[in-house]
Design a protein around this ligand. Structure first.
Ligand code: HQG
Length: 180
């Protein structure tokens, strides 16, 4: 299995485990988990999956996008859902500064409305500029926004960190955003 195929499996899993499980007749439980055997079976029409391939994607995915339950019976996406799920993340104190990578064409609107979660549950923030730059590049010419997370935390905004190290918060008002 080459890297391209692994990437395709990862994209397929992102699609069904974060956004559209119903396209293969799958239902996520309230915490976002699906039964591994059921996933493999229902995926057959779209994507040839085996347990070994799922193990590889979980281990080798650059961003650790997916996780198995402790008993390996279930799998879920660690973040990025648009489907309503409760990932049972614990609120946590963020680092003083976090970064949001976006495309330059969104910046005016962001500096008017603040950062919004859009179709996902949360605004996604990175601990480092390199990651934020890669995120921003997905939509065009990247622009990095500095988010004063420490200050937000002091003002009672809640922050969560996903299993794979992405910081999440409901929204970021303009006054906490600085364009680098
Ligand atoms: C922008 C990927 C105009 C926001 C990444 C972003 C991440 C606004 C886009 C994860 C806005 C939403 C999430 C406003 C926000 N006006 N534009 N007021 N507020 N935006 O894809 O953060 O590879 O839903 O800047 O690595 O780009 O899939 O969010 O450009 O961790 O695992 O609206 O997805 O992870 O886009 O990416 P998205 P995101 P994976």
């Amino acid at each position: 299995m080459n890297l391209k195929s692994m990437d395709n499996i990862s994209k397929f899993l992102s699609f069904v485990l974060r956004h559209k499980p119903e396209t293969i007749g799958l239902e996520l439980d309230e915490h976002g988990w699906v039964d591994v055997d059921e996933l493999i079976k229902k995926a057959q029409s779209e994507c040839e999956l085996t347990f070994e391939l799922l193990e590889r994607v979980v281990e080798e995915s650059d961003k650790k996008r997916f996780a198995f339950s402790a008993d390996m019976q279930n799998i879920r996406a660690n973040q990025g859902h648009s489907v309503k799920v409760d990932l049972q993340l614990e609120a946590k104190k963020p680092p003083r500064m976090l970064y949001h990578g976006t495309a330059t064409r969104f910046v005016d609107s962001i500096m008017q409305e603040g950062l919004k979660a859009g179709s996902r549950h949360h605004v996604h923030l990175s601990v480092d500029v390199a990651t934020a730059t890669a995120v921003g590049k997905r939509y065009g010419k990247p622009c990095i926004l500095e988010v004063a997370a420490g200050e937000m935390f002091e003002k009672e905004f809640e922050f969560f960190v996903s299993e794979n190290g992405v910081w999440l918060t409901e929204k970021v008002p303009v006054k906490f955003i600085h364009v680098e």
